[in-house]
Design a protein. Structure first.
Length: 242
């Protein structure tokens, strides 16, 4: 009797999964146009739905200007993130512990107690930061560290670039589009302490002029994702398809 019940449940589950897969494919085919928030997302739509999409990057709050100062070069690293395993904040902490660099972690999440346990004396958690506090932290930071995998776009790093902050990110997902290696930041190829450490060292080796140029490139690159650019691109798309 038990095996018969198990077999019936298994058959029912397979039938449900079959129709869900059919719905997941046929429903997207009824969509007139797709807009993707990055080339990474466009490729996923193409892969799973066999449909093409137009790429329009999402709007990011970018300051109208920033103060380019070499003082930031001697400041702290920062990351802004939900504190969850998929964000790999533990890698950032372990790297900061090894290199003895100052790191501010802005955010909340269920992994907070676990992350605090491993954090060394150079790591600081900022659990509650309103808009003004966050802007102040970003404006004085040295560089933004990022370790999430397969982010479709990654708004937080781009927001940081809006304050002239170079981004050091794992070479994955949409970050390959927003971070230009050795221009507005650095990309590391492995989710390891050594790989991230090497790019932090590369940043630290920059001369004052090189660092200022990288900050300028970061800010200039962020303008591509401003709210003004988003509005122009959306209106251009609507005019094209109407």
């Amino acid at each position: 009797v038990e095996w018969q019940k198990y077999l019936l449940v298994k058959i029912y589950a397979n039938i449900v999964n079959h129709y869900l897969r059919m719905w997941d494919y046929t429903s997207p085919q009824r969509v007139d146009y797709y807009i993707a928030n990055s080339e990474e997302t466009r490729l996923r739509i193409q892969k799973f739905y066999r449909r093409d999409a137009s790429v329009i990057y999402p709007p990011v709050d970018i300051p109208s200007k920033f103060k380019n100062s070499v003082e930031n070069k001697h400041s702290y690293f920062i990351t802004v993130s939900r504190l969850a395993r998929v964000k790999h904040i533990d890698l950032l902490i372990k790297t900061a512990n090894k290199l003895k660099v100052n790191l501010k972690i802005v955010g909340q999440g269920r992994d907070l107690p676990y992350l605090k346990e491993m954090a060394g004396e150079t790591v600081e958690f900022v659990e509650n930061a309103d808009d003004n506090k966050l802007k102040d932290l970003l404006s004085r930071a040295k560089a933004f560290l990022f370790a999430a995998v397969d982010e479709e776009f990654g708004i937080a790093p781009v927001e940081a670039m809006g304050y002239g902050i170079p981004v050091i990110a794992y070479e994955s997902g949409g970050l390959k589009e927003t971070v230009e290696h050795q221009v507005n930041g650095y990309l590391y190829k492995e989710l390891s302490i050594d790989s991230l450490s090497q790019q932090i060292r590369n940043l630290n080796k920059l001369s004052d002029n090189q660092y200022l140029n990288m900050r300028e490139s970061a800010y200039r690159g962020s303008r591509k994702y401003s709210e003004e650019s988003f509005k122009k691109n959306i209106l251009r798309f609507l005019n094209k398809v109407s």
